[in-house]
Write a protein that binds this ligand. Structure first.
Ligand code: FMN
Length: 460
């Protein structure tokens, strides 16, 4: 098996993936408002040769019918959550190779504002930035916060396609490659013949103007996506270069992976033009017994009320209000669909009961795969799951910060590297690459010719 990619999952708040981990004496995630907390983590990930740090984000928060969910506030789950964007420049300054994938929602800001901010960050990171394009989780609360109505699920994706096009038009279409002159003697900063006004008049968004910044190393940041509904997969096939999928049953993940690759092909792109990474939690320790003890301790910090609050915030479905002895009757939602579809019963299996769904969600969290054992056992699971599902890598979710990552770096990575499942550490004198080249070493820093955004290029 070729080397897998390994990214780190974090959001700007307390807690890991399962339960309210901030309470653990060794957990530092409650320091999330301190810059040094983040620079120390980024330096650690960079030194370990991990591919990127992914910063999740949402303006949404756990609430139902306009009421804030008390369990979420009490346990610090989904409330609070800070904006990841301001962090990235500071983290770029203390790292050399680590990529940064930052989430913004297509339902919040005007697309031209998003394009300008990412282009600026692509400069400041030397081309190490990626954009996780979401239509916004916990959509109802996010919409209300912005003073808007919740847009229906599929329409959000239709609008997101158009939103991406505005961004691509600005990134690719405004400046030709050699537009920047910077000739002090001649007094020419840029060649006016090679800086173009762009026009986009789409079904939902319009722009007439320029990206007011010379081309950055990648021009378009690495385009990432994380919604797994049918419409989400179609969006991925059209736009994404990397996709984060939730974990869970290997057969379900495999189907999801195949669906994403099919939608890329349907858009005229190669099936392997998308790197697919699965969210997973690795609980490891020198021995299997110690790892299982850590797992038990993790579950002690995970309450049904906290899990139900996160589930409700994500899907709009309150598991605590449903009959525990029946399956979920609802089969669709205008909020996030992945965590509803996950429990509808597939492959001829009966749909699970609400009490089992809650327990499964309490134990595995929003993305669903938990691997427990000694480093060799977890490496076996990592290899088997990737072989069975066809994923290209893992988005490593924390239980304890930084403990889960220390275990990954000190215990697991050496085993993965020995087996060729993780890329070797780069030589200290090897030049850093852009994030796009890191995930696609055979390509260049810009969007490949098979991506539709390539056609938006100025001067072609
Ligand atoms: C690993 C992973 C990370 C995600 N990160 C975010 C995030 O940062 N912000 C967000 O709003 N949604 C995030 N999502 C959720 C999806 O982007 C999407 O909003 C949700 O799955 C609903 O879309 P769907 O109905 O197409 O599944 C993430 C999902 C996964 C699997």
């Amino acid at each position: 098996m070729a080397a897998l990619s390994f990214g780190i999952f974090q959001y700007i708040g307390p807690n890991g993936t399962v339960g309210s981990a901030w309470q653990h004496p060794e957990d530092t995630s409650a320091e999330f408002t301190t810059l040094s907390h983040w620079t120390a983590l980024a330096e650690k990930f960079d030194a370990a040769g991990l591919d990127f740090l992914f910063l999740a984000d949402s303006y949404g928060f756990p609430a139902l019918d306009g009421e804030l969910l008390g369990a979420a506030v009490r346990e610090g789950r989904g409330v609070p959550q800070g904006d990841p964007m301001p962090l990235v420049s500071a983290l770029a300054a203390v790292t050399r190779r680590l990529g940064f994938i930052v989430t913004t929602s297509t339902t919040v800001e005007a697309p031209a504002a998003n394009a300008r901010r990412f282009a600026t960050l692509d400069h400041f990171t030397d081309g190490r930035v990626g954009w996780n394009i979401v239509t916004g989780s916990s959509g109802a609360t996010a919409a209300a916060l912005m003073g808007k109505e919740l847009i229906s699920h599929d329409l959000r994706y239709d609008m997101a396609d158009d939103y991406v096009d505005v961004n691509l038009t600005l990134w690719e279409g405004s400046w030709e490659d050699d537009a920047l002159v910077r000739d002090k003697e001649a007094g020419v900063y840029a060649d006016p013949e090679k800086v173009h006004l762009v026009h986009h008049d789409g079904p939902y968004f319009r722009t007439d103007g320029i990206l007011n910044l010379p081309p950055s190393p990648q021009r378009t940041p690495l385009l990432v996506q994380a919604g797994a509904s049918g419409r989400g997969r179609q969006f991925a096939g059209r736009n994404a270069e990397a996709v984060f999928v939730g974990g869970g049953e290997p057969a379900t993940v495999a189907r999801n992976v195949a669906g994403i690759r099919e939608s890329a092909v349907a858009e005229g792109r190669p099936a392997d033009s998308i790197r697919i990474l699965v969210g997973a939690l690795f609980i490891t320790a020198p021995t299997s017994e110690e790892a299982w003890a850590k797992h038990a301790q993790m579950l002690e910090l995970s309450t049904p009320e906290g899990a139900a609050a996160i589930y409700a915030g994500n899907t709009g479905v309150d598991l605590l209000a449903l009959d525990p002895d029946r399956p979920i009757a609802q089969t669709s939602t205008e909020m996030g669909q992945s965590n509803l579809e996950r429990y509808l019963g597939k492959d001829g299996k009966p749909a699970p009961l609400v009490r089992d769904i809650l327990e499964n969600f309490r134990r595995t969290g929003i993305n669903g795969s938990v691997f427990v054992g000694s480093p060799e056992e977890v490496a076996d699971q990592i290899e088997a799951f990737a072989a069975e599902t066809g994923v290209d890598g893992y988005l490593v979710q924390p239980h304890l910060t930084p403990g889960t990552y220390d275990d990954l770096i000190e215990l697991l990575l050496p085993v993965l590297r020995e087996r060729g499942l993780a890329a070797p550490l780069a030589a200290p004198d090897a030049p850093p690459t852009t994030l796009r080249e890191r995930l696609f070493p055979e390509g260049g820093p810009h969007l490949p010719a098979t991506h539709r955004g390539h056609g938006f290029r100025a001067g072609r």
